[in-house]
Design a protein around this ligand. Structure first.
Ligand SMILES: NC(=O)C1=CN([C@@H]2O[C@H](COP(=O)(O)OP(=O)(O)OC[C@H]3O[C@@H](n4cnc5c(N)ncnc54)[C@H](OP(=O)(O)O)[C@@H]3O)[C@@H](O)[C@H]2O)C=CC1
Ligand SMILES: CC(=O)N[C@@H](CCC(=O)OP(=O)(O)O)C(=O)O
Length: 345
């Protein structure tokens, strides 16, 4: 199948390219670049030498409709909102890595993204693409909103507990740390080497656009959902998210029984791995892979559950999950092109 990548010179796009190169059924036919049309990607990213042919192209709706069967949007918010609907209308199935179609309520999108939303009708038609939650819905989608990186780690950590009513949904606190590639390729003062090297920094407290996304999904799973506390921190590493999640327990299940309930919830989902009792995952154990690894701890003294969930933000948090969604939409095995050992150390 022929695919296009839009937002060609960004980190998400380059990661899509890396993974699609080994995909058994998909082939990248067009790399669309807003800033570098006419130039070769290899000139910007020498590591792609020998793997990418030709030059990047400008976005041309009519050309694209003839050229490809599937498109990935890996551009900043606002781009897919304007361009994706016409492609989808023409039968080109799409996965959007940005947040333009994740939130169902246009007013909520506007409040958190500070941009005008797509129409309510389009937002309704978009399918949120977390395969471990709603694979059947994804299979029938014409376009999928790929979850945010932090929501992916957070929701996979919480789904079994919320679905089975094991925790008090009003008590959830998410403390999440991310590597710098989560911020994309553009340099800012915060991501400058001398600012973040040997440093850890909290940011966007109470204001992160992933807050309404997490709450929207949890409300759908648990029936009712109160506001969550969600804190984000930058750590001086390139890839990876570690979310430590705390919630009050509403069950007498032991730690081993809780781990079993997590194993059961994810038994048909190859990309989620549950650690044994007393073991908690680290970001390096999933680096460059599409895995989400989860460990639990029950604190008997406080009656709280601690969940540790790790992903690679560029893979399960972005490009890998987008390909997993494409696989499901196309009726292929969801592991196609994604079944690989993490790079270690
Ligand atoms: N980095 C991550 O870990 C994750 C990122 N995402 C989301 O995926 C999307 C891509 O992220 P990422 O690759 O990291 O971001 P980058 O900033 O690295 O890349 C985004 C790319 O989009 C293109 N672009 C920029 N402005 C415009 C514009 N006005 N119109 C069209 N294209 C534009 C540029 O490429 P070009 O000029 O070549 O077109 C740019 O390099 C974002 O929406 C991001 O929020 C989601 C989950 C995780
Ligand atoms: C480290 C870092 O800066 N991370 C980004 C994550 C952005 C992202 O990927 O979010 P969307 O997909 O929802 O656009 C942030 O916190 O804003």
């Amino acid at each position: 199948m022929k695919v296009a990548i839009i937002g060609g010179t960004g980190y998400g796009a380059v990661e899509l390219l890396r993974l699609l190169h080994i995909h058994p059924y998909a082939e990248v036919k067009a790399i669309i670049s807003h800033s570098n049309a006419g130039n070769s990607l290899t000139a910007l990213y020498p590591h792609t030498d020998g793997f990418v042919e030709g030059t990047m192209e400008t976005f041309d709706m009519e050309v694209l409709k003839e050229q490809v069967d599937f498109a990935f949007f890996a551009a900043p918010p606002g781009v897919s909102r304007d361009l994706l609907p016409e492609l989808a209308e023409a039968g080109i199935r799409c996965v959007d890595l940005a947040g333009d179609f994740r939130l169902k309520d246009p007013a909520v999108y506007k409040e958190w993204y500070k941009l005008d939303a797509a129409s309510a009708d389009l937002l309704e038609r978009a399918v949120y693409g977390l395969p471990e939650l709603n694979g059947e819905e994804i299979a029938g989608a014409s376009f999928v909103a790929n979850p945010g990186c932090y929501p992916t780690a957070t929701l996979l950590g919480l789904l079994p507990a919320v679905h089975n009513g094991l925790i008090d949904p009003s008590s959830i606190i998410i403390d999440a740390k991310s590597g710098l590639s989560g911020a994309g390729k553009s340099l800012s003062t915060v991501t400058h080497y001398s600012e973040i090297n040997e440093n850890v920094k909290a940011y966007k407290l109470g204001a992160h656009k992933h807050i309404p996304e997490i709450e929207q999904v949890l409300a759908g799973v648990g029936g009712t959902q109160r506001a969550v506390t969600f804190s984000t921190q930058l750590v001086p590493m390139t890839r990876g998210i570690l979310a430590t999640i705390y919630a009050d327990l509403k069950t007498d299940l032991s730690e081993v029984e809780l781990l079993e309930s997590y194993e059961n919830y994810y038994h048909a989902h190859p990309f989620v791995r549950i650690r044994s009792q007393g073991e908690w995952p680290a970001t390096k154990e999933v680096a460059t892979s599409n895995f989400c690894d989860i460990g639990l701890h029950v604190d008997k003294r406080t009656n709280r559950l601690t969940i540790v969930s790790v992903i690679d933000n560029l893979v399960k948090g972005a490009a890998g999950q987008a390909i997993q969604n494409m696989n499901i939409m196309q009726g292929w095995e969801q592991t196609a092109g994604l079944w690989m050992l993490p790079v270690y150390p």
